[in-house]
Design a protein around this ligand. Structure first.
Ligand code: NI
Length: 184
């Protein structure tokens, strides 16, 4: 079980490393890791359990955030229409993205970043990503836009040691990004 103490913060240089591909068939250890990540996100979104275990609610978690430098992340969130998107992607690969940019109106946050970094984060509006989905146990190609696309890009960045605030314009953090769709 993953607890607050198991999630490393941006003070830990491990978070800045690149992750490696996961090998198939999955090892017992890798299976345990992805299962623990799925469980953490589920529990963190449950009011009673998050209080009981002092879990910070999250819509996504990438393996490097628990110190495992392997290409895996979990996303669980509702899109703008209230449709739930739940993925546990292994070896995700960004296949394509829109020219159109976007950014989250409220800015982004991260379980590994305890201090707030105000500012807009430029993201692709739409993306297409492949990977093995551990939840459905099959290879998938996911096409998403808006909020879910932003979350997935945030988690994908973790696999390359990139944090959301790396993308914030240091001089003009809160100037709306030109030509980008504001996602609310
Ligand atoms: Ni994050």
């Amino acid at each position: 079980m993953i607890l607050k103490k198991d999630i490393i913060t941006d003070k830990n240089p491990l978070l800045r490393n690149r992750s490696v591909d996961v090998t198939f068939p999955l090892s017992k250890e890798d299976e345990q890791t992805i299962q623990d990540m799925i469980k953490y996100i589920d529990m963190s979104q449950d009011n009673d359990l998050s209080l009981k275990y002092d879990l910070q609610p999250g819509v996504g978690l990438a393996a490097p955030q628990i110190g495992v430098l392997k290409k895996m992340f979990v996303v669980k969130a509702e899109d703008e229409k209230g449709v739930l998107h739940h993925y546990a992607l292994i070896n995700p690969k960004l296949l394509s993205h829109s020219v159109q940019d976007s950014y989250l109106a409220s800015g982004e946050g991260c379980l590994s970043v305890p201090t707030s970094h105000e500012g807009f984060v430029k993201r692709h509006y739409k993306i297409k990503m492949s990977g093995y989905d551990y939840l459905t146990k099959q290879d998938v190609v996911i096409s998403v836009k808006g909020y879910i696309s932003i979350i997935i890009q945030h988690e994908y960045d973790h696999l390359f040691g990139i944090l959301y605030y790396d993308h914030i314009d240091k001089k003009n953090p809160l100037v709306p990004i030109e030509g980008a769709i504001e996602v609310v």
